[in-house]
Ligand binder design. Structure first.
Ligand code: BTN
Length: 326
């Protein structure tokens, strides 16, 4: 697309670029260059135009663009197809539908805003603009009981991406909350379609609170949440973070298919749950104990005060002395 190419050229050029130069590089007329620049301005870019010097990009909107996301991504599976939506109910719903209709493995559905975002355990995921909401379609040849490991894989990829793109010390709270400074900055929701003996497709839904106004969250959620921008003290380049995330997912998914142990090892390295006293709730019961281990299927092993062990497949875990879950 000419518009994307013009944007790339303006971005990679510090000073002015003449209309003539842009037109020559693109093989189009100067009038067409001007039309594409007007269209970029309508998208929220600020382009300074000076008669004898040409065009210079002076400001960019905090908006995701499919061309930017794909540019230089170089992944093998994840992000080969990117569907970017301005608004949708839930990217998981869209991705599950696309997966049923045969969409390719690695297809990513992204939305700027979700009107009915879903969290774990039937909760809502409040999804205003400024954050990341995405769902990725996977088709791993795995038995159904291995599905929870895909969520752990996603949590490893998310924590790693936040670490490398934002230089923030992201950690994972079992099963798949990503925390920064003890507060939740992101979460994962996995949904799947399966036959009795194998997975047909899995949709990994990821929500990350990046640049949103924290006031958009109700008090109860805000108390236990954070945004990457408030942790970093600056606004975060969402495209760069998203690209890190897609690359990490691509890498960790391939590693996972060849060695589940590698994912579990990295999950353990990045987790903040094991070794701590935890309160576990869900499935109609609540108890406290010491989080000892995760097993080969990603379940949490908790040692109770009487020395007995409980293995938890799903539920909420809060670390001792911390506020309850979001
Ligand atoms: C959690 O409860 O921690 C999981 C939150 C998952 C939210 C993401 S946002 C993108 C995708 N679409 C949804 O409706 N939910 C997931």
């Amino acid at each position: 697309m000419y518009k994307d190419r013009i944007l790339r050229l303006l971005r990679s050029h510090e000073g002015f670029l003449s209309g003539e130069e842009l037109a020559a590089k693109m093989g189009i007329s100067r009038t067409m260059v001007w039309k594409h620049i007007r269209s970029l301005e309508r998208e929220g870019f600020t382009v300074e135009a000076v008669r004898s010097r040409g065009y210079r990009l002076t400001a960019s909107p905090d908006l995701l663009r499919a061309g930017d996301i794909r540019s230089g991504l170089r992944t093998k599976t994840v992000g080969k197809v990117v569907q970017l939506l301005a608004e949708t109910e839930s990217t998981n719903t869209v991705a599950m539908e696309m997966a049923s209709q045969g969409a390719a493995e690695g297809t990513v559905v992204i939305a700027e805003v979700q009107t009915a975002g879903r969290g774990r355990l039937g909760r809502k995921w409040i999804s205003p603009k400024g954050n990341l909401y995405l769902s990725i379609i996977f088709r791993p040849a795995l038995p159904v009981h291995k599905a929870p490991l895909m969520t752990l894989m996603g949590a490893v990829a998310l924590a790693s991406a936040i670490r490398s793109a934002c230089s923030l010390p992201a950690v994972i709270k079992w099963p798949n909350d990503v925390l920064v400074s003890g507060r939740k900055a992101g979460g994962l929701l996995t949904e799947m379609r399966a036959e009795p003996d194998h997975i047909k497709h899995i949709v990994l839904g990821i929500g990350v609170d990046v640049n949103m106004d924290p006031d958009a969250l109700p008090d109860s959620v805000r108390a236990v949440s954070t945004t990457l921008a408030s942790e970093a003290g600056r606004s975060i380049d969402r495209t760069a973070l998203l690209q890190h995330l897609l690359r990490e997912l691509d890498r960790w998914y391939r590693l996972f298919l060849s060695s589940e142990g590698a994912v579990l090892k990295e999950w353990k390295r990045l987790n903040c749950t094991l070794g701590n006293r935890v309160s576990v709730s869900g499935a109609g019961e609540a108890f406290e104990g010491q989080a000892r281990e995760i097993d080969a299927e990603g379940r949490l092993v908790v040692v109770l005060d009487d020395g007995s062990e409980r293995t938890v497949a799903a539920g909420d875990v809060s670390l001792a002395g911390k506020s309850p879950d979001r």
